[in-house]
Design a protein around this ligand. Structure first.
Ligand code: NDP
Length: 508
């Protein structure tokens, strides 16, 4: 099945075939668009944006809100497609894709008018003038998306960019293009301007063409390797961008952790969406005093997980989405086992159809193993024994990535202290994954996990230009420091500076 999928994805034609990863059955095909089609899509979005950007934020929100209404009307259809094209379970397709986007849409439609309202800045020196920040649309935003959350990642960003007053052109992953196209159908059914939001399908070069098509902002979500190319292309053109890249989330399990909760959270955080989440639990550092019991609990949980075609019945773990990814996962597992790791569950790819890798728990792991250092992006949880919490923090920070990190302890104050030491964009204490579903909190990483933030007021404002407007409060013929210069004004100003700068209370 793996090679069949690879062959079909790489057909030498101008079409891309989408394949159900659980069954190997083709679902449809889409055009592999070139620079000309991408340029035309951006041009159409630019024209539509001119009117859209002139609407006030409240009116834009009122119109965009119809998207979530229409989405919930068609929820089952969208969920079925996400299950079929992405391989995830219906519960995940609802919670982490369709429901998440409906909620994000409603949240920003309610709060964006306040978040994007002009902000007054009091001037401490030029008190006869006043300043304000206005959040104005950037123009056309290009969104380049991965396959692991083929609906919620791009559509969260699309909705926020539209509310901010932009036109949007989305390039979905070549692995999951049908979901991007169906998302636009929902958008059209909501009665929003057809040209304002476009979807361009294709491979990597279609994404590259999008960056080269005159967009004003780029939101990229994907791997570090592609992110480096995209950031370089944006840099050459001085296009500002947000980079949401890979993760290697550590879970630090302290000696005082609630082991039932911790094991349940790590099991879900490691295997939800078959581990293909940028914030999946990718390595566990367990204090030696709780290590053995934690392992037994996680292994016990994992042995109960039901894996299979997510469309065929009640399963907990669906298929992986991409055949190349399943090969990467197996390589990392086999190399870890060859270096002394023990596969307590799973550990070998079964035969048969479908992209299924069994949920795998590895123990006896060391920091030197690739499985503890490289992004796995699959259903594998490697566990390492540590002798202190300080050692766990040091090992957690010994990574080029820093997206999410998790700390498990009953002492929340200690957890917060540890969170300040861990290098990550978000640190969750006693929980995993869930903040992606909180539209009010910022999402993004440090180090090679990227820069910029999506979601939250920060992410919304990043999709706007900042226009600073400075205005006089009353009429005056001229300022003291205008021409002509004279010794008299010099002496006057010097006296004023000495007086003000020497006065500790001089401020706003
Ligand atoms: P890729 O980097 O392979 O692809 C991401 C997107 O970029 C795809 O649409 C891809 O197109 C496109 N692309 C490829 N080459 C170029 C290019 N030269 N110029 C412009 N666009 C290009 O990532 P994956 O799709 O494999 O996604 C998995 C990765 O995404 C993981 O590393 C994961 O951690 C990360 N990720 C990060 C998240 C975060 O929030 N930080 C969230 C989710 C995932 P095509 O698919 O057609 O090749």
């Amino acid at each position: 099945m793996g090679s069949a999928q690879a062959a079909t994805h790489n057909i030498a034609s101008n079409r891309i075939v989408s394949i159900n990863p659980a069954t190997g059955v083709p679902l449809g095909d889409v055009p592999d668009m070139g620079a000309e089609q991408v340029g035309a899509a951006v041009a159409r979005a630019r024209v539509a944006q001119r009117d859209w950007g002139k609407l006030d934020v409240g009116e834009r929100c009122r119109r965009v809100r119809r998207f979530s209404v229409e989405l919930m009307k068609r929820a089952e259809k969208m969920i079925d497609l996400i299950v079929a094209e992405g391989g995830k379970t219906p519960v995940e397709a609802l919670n982490t894709e369709v429901g998440l986007v409906a909620d994000l849409t409603n949240y920003f439609c309610k709060h964006a008018p306040r978040m994007l309202a002009p902000e007054r800045i009091g001037l401490h020196l030029l008190k006869h003038r006043t300043s304000a920040i206005h959040y104005v649309p950037r123009g056309v935003v290009g969104i380049i998306a991965p396959w692991n959350f083929p609906f919620s990642i791009p559509m969260g960003e699309v909705i926020m960019a539209l509310i901010a007053g932009n036109g949007v052109v989305l390039k979905p992953s070549e692995i999951t293009p049908l979901i991007g196209l169906e998302a636009r159908e929902v958008y059209l059914a909501a009665g929003l301007p057809p040209d304002l939001f476009q979807v361009v399908t294709g491979r990597g070069k279609t994404g590259a063409a999008l960056i080269d098509s005159g967009i004003q902002y780029c939101v990229f979500t994907g791997s570090v390797a592609t992110g480096q190319k995209v950031a370089a292309a944006c840099g050459e053109r001085l296009i500002p961008c947000t980079m949401e890249l890979g993760g290697k989330a550590p879970a630090i399990v302290c000696a005082d952790a609630d082991l039932e909760r911790t094991a349940a959270a790590i099991t879900w955080g490691g295997f939800a969406n078959s581990g293909q989440i940028c914030c999946s639990v990718e390595r566990v550092y367990a204090h030696e005093s709780v290590h053995d019991e934690l392992v037994e609990r996680i292994v016990g949980n994992v042995e109960k997980l039901r894996q299979g075609d997510p469309a065929s019945g009640e399963v907990d773990v669906g298929a992986m989405t991409w055949d190349r990814q399943i090969d990467n996962v197996d390589t990392l597992v086999q190399s870890a086992v060859a270096s002394g790791a023990v596969a307590r569950t799973g550990g070998a790819r079964p035969g048969g159809p479908g992209l299924f890798y069994p949920p795998t728990v590895l123990t006896n792991c060391t920091q030197a193993m690739d499985v503890m250092r490289k992004e796995i992006f699959g259903p594998v949880v490697p566990i390492m024994r540590v002798s202190s919490e300080a050692e766990a923090v040091e090992l957690a920070n010994d990574s080029h990535l820093g997206l999410l990190a998790y700390v498990f302890t009953k002492d929340r104050e200690k957890g917060k202290r540890m969170a300040r030491q861990v290098e990550a964009g978000t640190v969750m204490i006693n929980d995993v994954l869930n903040t992606y579903g909180c539209p009010e909190t910022p999402w993004g990483g440090v180090k090679m996990s990227g820069f910029g933030r999506t979601h939250s007021v920060i992410g919304l404002r990043d999709l706007c230009e900042i226009r600073h407007v400075n205005v006089d409060r009353f009429a005056a013929k001229k300022e003291l420091w205008y021409y002509p210069y004279s010794r008299k004004t010099y002496r006057l100003m010097l006296r004023a500076f000495k007086l003000l700068m020497g006065n500790k209370r001089f401020s706003l």
